[in-house]
Design a protein around this ligand. Structure first.
Ligand code: AQP
Length: 331
């Protein structure tokens, strides 16, 4: 059975893009893969996080993952900082990755913006730690949204350079598993920006803990253009917001964008948004309710993360110890 690793940053409440681009895929992959899922809190602090909020968000995300159908007994679910193998291999990879490679990463440019000098070195070297997250388990498949494609290509470059430098074939190549539809859900306020859990505007995203009223309000306020929906896919050209809402509907209803347009083409956004609200609420409301129930017992969530971390460490420690020996560290 192939081994999968994937992570999510506890930088806020998971949003619909995280769900459609990653979490939903994770749940399906559990059927025929050995899965390791992580709340990557070490990545989260590459941008400052208030400590109490970080703890709260780590638990909230754990609860959303469980409510979405992640099975922590058959698979592994843990928070990254509890398994030291990530930091150890992350450092080795920071020494393998080239500055020129990191300079090309568009996520750093997007997140740092013009104020590059004032961001943490961790935000810049983030892809080296991400490569370590995966390769500490020699995982070969990584389910992610389209925004992470470039980081996975870099992880393969790092693995290849490590193997070359140390004369080994120790680390395998990684394959990205990117969902065919809604690999990139866009902001409700700006169809050219991806939906993000740390976007300052809460109106820009559907959170996986939103209730039906909040979802309806956010979708009513979602930016659109004055034209009705087209009946053909070509009519979405240059209409980023319309394309995004159609894409969300399609992903949640299990339809293609063409099928959505065949049903709703010619409608104004008023009725379409009402239909979309129903589809979104059908998926999100039960997850939100179960999340609230799970969050009532934080001691249970913490114990579950500790158990996951113990099992993750049992897999990663021997692999990372072997990498350390290849590098020349005495043990
Ligand atoms: N808008 C999106 N559409 C599709 N997939 C998405 N993902 C994130 N946003 C979208 C996927 O969710 C997984 C976990 O993401 P992450 O938490 O590691 O970091 P991120 O990609 O930076 O997500 P956010 O929500 O934008 O977080 P912040 O605001 O903290 O930067 C990944 O597989 C990602 O592809």
């Amino acid at each position: 059975m192939q081994r999968i690793f994937s992570g999510i940053q506890p930088t806020g409440v998971p949003q619909l893009g995280n769900y459609l681009g990653a979490i939903r895929n994770w749940v399906r992959l559990q059927n025929d893969h050995e899965c390791i899922f992580s709340l990557v809190d070490m990545h989260a602090i590459t941008m400052f996080q208030d400590p109490a909020t970080l703890r709260e968000q780590t638990r909230a995300q754990t609860a959303v993952l469980l409510a979405s159908g992640i099975d922590p007994k058959a698979h592994i679910l843990f928070n990254q900082s509890q398994v030291s193998a990530h930091a150890r291999l992350g450092w080795i990879f920071t020494c393998v990755v080239r500055l020129g490679w990191l300079n090309r990463m568009t996520q750093f440019k997007d997140k740092a913006g013009k104020d590059r000098e004032n961001h943490s070195a961790g935000l810049y070297t983030y892809p080296a730690l991400m490569a370590a997250d995966i390769l500490a388990y020699k995982a070969t498949r990584v389910p992610v949204g389209d925004d992470q494609r470039q980081h996975l290509e870099l992880a393969n470059d790092i693995a290849q350079k490590f193997n070359h430098d140390y004369g080994t074939d120790f680390f395998p190549q990684i394959e990205a598993v990117i969902p065919p539809v809604s690999a990139r859900v866009m902001s409700l306020r700006d169809g050219t920006k991806k939906m993000s859990k740390s976007d300052p505007s809460e109106q820009s995203r559907i959170e996986m803990t939103d209730d039906a009223d909040a979802i309806a309000l956010k979708l009513r306020r979602a930016r659109t253009d004055p034209e009705p929906l087209p009946s053909e896919i070509a009519g979405l050209e240059g209409r980023a917001e319309a394309r995004n809402l159609v894409g969300i509907y399609a992903a949640l209803a299990g339809l293609s964008a063409e099928e959505v347009l065949a049903r709703h083409g010619g409608e104004g956004f008023g009725p379409f948004k009402a239909a979309l609200t129903e589809v979104v609420v059908d998926t999100v409301a039960p997850i939100a309710a179960e999340t609230r129930r799970l969050l009532a017992d934080t001691a249970h969530l913490d114990a579950m993360l500790r158990d996951g971390a113990r099992r993750a460490a049992a897999l990663a420690d021997p692999i990372v110890a072997e990498a350390e020996a290849l590098v020349g560290f005495i043990r």
